[in-house]
Ligand binder design. Structure first.
Ligand code: HEC
Ligand code: HEC
Length: 456
């Protein structure tokens, strides 16, 4: 018998060292012939991971050169403006420190509390070490000259191996911390993107685009709150919902996406579609983007007026398109985290499973084991008894059936695109009313336990 199935079983859930071992065995399996597809997949995954974690796609031309965020980080003391951003401030707006990027003695100092968390010079040192997840500092002779962002900013966090290193003001999403090892694909539900952008000394790119003054831009940004971002703001200019709440949506997980047809809360397109969209239009990287659906002045007045439907660039200057293939493969490969022991009751989950596929009808849309529909996975708002605001900000004017694996990784911020349901029991109460399911309290608890047991 080949060693591969055995190793695969042993490796299940163990992690990257084991995966590498498995890869090595796969490459040499059988009569020693190299399997070219496997070899290619490994190279693509490694390349895609680098892009996901470390590539700015040239977006420092926006975040640094235009918004001048690096000046706010440095503070007047180091040639910038204002008080600067201390590590305490950085951690309290949800930025994460990659413990693996820190020299051991520095990590030790962190643990002992010997680091002055109120000194912006420490933030600069962390940036120099490439230790701030999703943020890249560009230094020239010791001075921070610009700053760029990476996919990992919103779609990675760190584990809670050092819980004492979180500022007391921050209650991180369960299972995550502030200084720790990278968890790629986990939504950073602590990250206050709006508060970070609002620090920018120069908001002209947003005031020009949206046609409003800087105070209005700041009001919109500061309303987002932790774990949220508004990808549609720069398309339609809507900062708030009709009820006055922020129009921003929660950051979704970026694992468990393999086999899923349409992505984002409202099903904008495939993974490579959305990656190109985000890298070009949201991160402001340098690339080519094409989507004629944006050329719609009624639905997307700002996108239409600014030519977002067809962003052209000299192919030699394109820093995005060539990265899309490997980035796609990496995202399909990020393993789903295992629900932690004790996080659900297995007996109740078993009873919940029968409800999920039976009386509660969840499996009609969240189809086992993909947890979304195989096929065109979008729904009209009436089918899930919700309002059309966010759906109407997307081309198909529908909501996408959210894949439900590893829900424990993103309980902070609530559920549904805007977190309107604070907890899973609230979600089930909603369906109970919407579909007149007649679920009892015990059945609700069983379903919650089943939901918490799901992985991809
Ligand atoms: C500033 C935060 C932020 C950054 C940076 C960011 N994203 Fe996202 N991402 C989001 C939000 C918010 C959504 C949901 C958007 C929506 O539904 O309108 C999202 C959605 C996604 C999805 C869809 C997931 C699903 O549930 O189907 C993928 C895939 C994704 N992002 C990948 C990326 C990649 C790759 C990058 C880097 C090129 C990136 N994102 C950069 C915030 C971000
Ligand atoms: C008609 C299709 C449909 C049915 C049936 C359905 N859902 Fe959903 N579900 C959706 C859609 C669409 C969304 C996304 C809504 C949004 O983001 O506004 C969703 C979102 C969710 C979410 C939130 C996920 C997240 O990441 O925030 C949970 C949890 C959920 N459903 C559980 C259930 C359960 C439990 C049932 C059965 C009681 C069920 N759903 C039945 C379509 C459905």
């Amino acid at each position: 018998m080949s060693v591969v199935p055995i190793l695969r079983r042993v490796c299940f859930g163990v992690g990257s060292v084991c995966l590498l071992l498995l890869a090595a065995v796969l490459l040499a399996d059988g009569d020693g012939k190299r399997d070219s597809a496997t070899a290619n997949a490994i190279v693509m995954v490694q390349e895609g991971q680098r892009t996901f974690r470390f590539d700015t796609f040239g977006d420092e031309a926006f975040w640094g050169d235009q918004l001048k965020l690096h000046l706010a980080i440095e503070g007047a003391q180091f040639g910038g403006v204002g008080p600067g951003v201390s590590p305490r401030t950085a951690l309290s707006v949800g930025l994460k420190v990659d413990a693996d990027a820190l020299p051991l003695n520095l990590l030790e100092q962190f643990r002992r509390g010997d680091i002055n968390l109120d000194n912006p010079a420490v933030t600069l040192a962390l940036l120099r070490l490439d230790a701030v997840v999703g943020v890249k500092g560009f230094f020239e002779g010791g001075t921070l000259r610009s700053i760029g962002i990476q996919c990992a900013l919103c779609h990675s966090t760190v584990d809670n191996s050092q819980p004492e290193l979180c500022p007391p003001s921050l209650q991180p999403n369960p299972g995550t911390g502030c200084v720790g090892r990278r968890l790629d694909g986990w939504a950073n539900r602590d990250l206050n993107v709006g508060a970070i952008i609002a620090l920018a000394p120069d908001l002209t790119p947003f005031t020009n685009l949206l046609g409003v003054d800087a105070d209005t831009v700041r009001k919109v940004l500061l309303a987002w709150g932790p774990g949220k971002f508004d990808a549609e703001l720069i398309l339609d200019g809507k900062g708030f919902r009709p009820d006055g709440q922020t129009a921003a949506t929660l950051i979704p997980p970026a694992f468990g996406l393999a086999g899923v047809n349409l992505h984002t809360w409202t099903g904008w397109g495939s993974i490579p579609y959305w990656n190109a969209f985000v890298a070009n239009l949201e991160m402001h990287g340098q690339g080519r983007f094409f989507d004629p659906r944006l050329d719609n002045p009624q639905q997307f007045p700002i996108a239409a007026a600014n030519g977002f439907a067809n962003v052209m660039i000299d192919p030699d200057a394109d820093r995005i398109t060539s990265k899309l293939a490997a980035l796609h493969v990496y995202q399909l490969s990020i393993p789903s985290p295992e629900p932690p022991p004790g996080s659900f009751d297995p007996e109740a989950a078993k009873r919940g499973e029968a409800l999920f596929t039976g009386k509660a009808m969840c499996n009609n849309c969240h189809v086992k084991p993909l947890w979304t529909e195989p096929g065109w996975n979008l729904h009209l708002l009436a089918e899930i008894c919700t309002d059309s605001f966010q759906a109407d900000r997307s081309p198909d004017r529908r909501y996408r059936t959210s894949p439900l694996g590893a829900l424990f990784t993103h309980t902070k911020g609530g559920f549904y695109h805007d977190g309107r349901f604070a907890t899973l029991p609230d979600v089930i109460d909603h369906y109970n009313a919407c579909f007149s399911l007649g679920l009892t309290d015990t059945e609700r608890t069983d379903l919650v336990n089943y939901l918490l047991s799901l992985r991809f």
